[in-house]
Design a protein around this ligand. Sequence first.
Ligand code: HEC
Ligand code: HEC
Ligand code: HEC
Ligand code: HEC
Ligand code: HEC
Ligand code: HEC
Ligand code: HEC
Length: 338
Amino acid sequence: MKLNTARIALLAGAVLLNVSAASGHFRFRSDTTAVQDTTKYVSPYAEQNESCLKCHGQARYEYTNESLGRQVKAMMCSERIVRRDEYYNSNHKSFSCTDCHSFEYEKFPHPGELRMEQKLNCLDCHGGDETYARYHFEAIDTAYRESVHFKLEEEGFSCWKCHDPHSYKINIRNNENLREAIRYDNAICLKCHSNYDQFQLLSDREEINILNTHSWLPNQASHFASVRCLECHTKVDERMPVAHLIQTKDKAVKLCNECHSQNSILMASLYKFQSKEQRRDGFFNGVIMNESYVIGANRNEYLNNLSLLIFLGTLGVIGVHVFFRLKKKVTHKSDKEE
Ligand code: HEC
Ligand code: HEC
Ligand code: HEC
Ligand code: HEC
Ligand code: HEC
Ligand code: HEC
Ligand code: HEC
């Protein structure tokens, strides 16, 4: 298990570097266009949140043990650490901890019954809200309910398992760097699918080794860095910004030409947010050309028009040729008859 996790981490990290350094045809838009956002967000609740983060913000915390009458130092387990930098970069950065958690958490030790606390779900806040219409929350919820993970709700699965409450931020929609966006999205799946401990919290199934189950895919590392798990495992829905209907493995994309073709499924998924702006410069599949070279998927509108022109031109020449041949024949014939 440990080995598997480590290997996948290596795949995601080291291989990415090697690959990008070794092959000339890689071009990252980030090289030229990425502008580092240096403005630091200051939450109106920053100070209030520190009353939680003084313990949950790092590995070590302190409290006054009243029975012992002294300060006690202890370690916060990693699963309960909320990183300030991630939190204040997330979608919900403007929240105070107690917007989602009970005020009772200000007490320490935390009252035991808080463990049973019901958590709000996405739709409780985002359902039916016009402000968020473009995200299609209701449609996502419907798709999720048909997905393979929904049956795990009884074991504790929820939208939060993929959208970490303290770090989730919109990614592919805004991210200029496609590779980084792919890595972010894939890390969401790999949290469980490359860590059997996490997986076992939800299922009794035997470990699924992602590297083995995808061994049919050539250049696996390169593929995992260039496409998302979602591309092959969801049912594409043109209307949805991000497809959420994850299907069983027998329905996953296995045919190479679903991607390696002119009407690649990637246009409706991975390149969805990119393609609109890229369409302007004459390259219909501009993104595929820029980001990576997908065999068979490239098509240039100018070149297409040019070849059509050449084709029509050739037809024209043949036409003219045939016309004069016929004319000559007719004149020849009538010459003879005279
Ligand atoms: C003095 C340190 C300390 C402070 C301050 C503190 N916590 Fe905790 N918190 C802990 C420790 C230790 C645990 C793990 C043990 C436990 O569950 O009681 C924990 C556990 C939790 C859990 C997980 C409970 C579960 O279901 O397993 C939540 C949620 C939580 N804290 C939220 C908060 C919030 C919100 C605040 C601020 C209002 C806060 N904590 C302030 C130390 C602290
Ligand atoms: C947008 C709502 C939201 C906000 C804001 C929020 N939390 Fe949470 N928090 C949750 C949810 C939901 C869970 C349960 C996650 C799960 O079930 O996977 C959780 C779980 C936790 C846990 C238990 C460990 C874990 O990750 O499951 C701790 C500790 C915690 N939160 C602390 C905090 C602190 C500290 C803050 C403020 C800096 C905070 N939370 C802000 C929604 C929120
Ligand atoms: C307690 C209410 C609440 C819950 C629960 C909640 N959200 Fe939010 N969410 C908000 C609010 C309010 C904002 C706007 C925050 C801001 O603008 O600072 C927001 C912002 C967002 C944004 C960014 C919108 C934008 O255009 O910037 C996304 C995406 C999002 N939430 C997704 C989710 C998802 C997915 C879940 C469940 C996993 C969820 N939210 C749960 C209240 C909530
Ligand atoms: C199996 C994992 C998984 C589950 C479960 C899941 N999501 Fe997502 N969701 C993702 C991934 C991956 C993305 C892409 C994130 C990105 O690139 O912005 C995403 C994106 C989103 C977005 C942003 C779409 C956009 O237009 O930018 C919203 C909103 C969202 N999910 C809501 C939900 C809600 C609501 C639920 C529960 C009903 C849910 N998700 C459950 C994995 C999941
Ligand atoms: C919180 C943990 C968790 C996350 C995150 C997660 N999964 Fe899963 N997934 C599971 C578990 C557990 C199962 C096994 C369900 C069962 O018992 O059949 C599963 C099953 C699956 C299956 C079904 C395999 C089959 O047998 O047909 C697919 C496909 C899948 N996941 C893909 C994904 C993708 C893609 C993502 C990211 C968008 C993702 N998962 C995120 C835990 C997770
Ligand atoms: C190029 C398409 C493609 C990509 C990318 C892809 N998968 Fe798959 N995946 C498949 C196919 C096809 C199968 C079924 C393989 C079989 O049955 O032989 C599968 C099988 C699976 C299974 C079920 C394995 C089992 O034996 O039950 C899981 C879980 C899974 N994939 C998760 C992931 C995760 C997580 C990612 C991202 C890191 C991912 N997949 C990326 C196509 C893909
Ligand atoms: C989900 C979409 C998808 C599927 C399915 C898919 N590919 Fe790819 N493939 C890509 C993308 C995107 C790249 C671009 C990789 C790069 O160079 O960044 C790629 C790259 C490649 C490369 C070049 C690898 C490199 O290192 O540059 C080969 C060879 C390849 N694919 C073969 C295949 C074969 C054979 C299959 C079927 C067994 C297949 N692909 C299935 C999307 C896909």
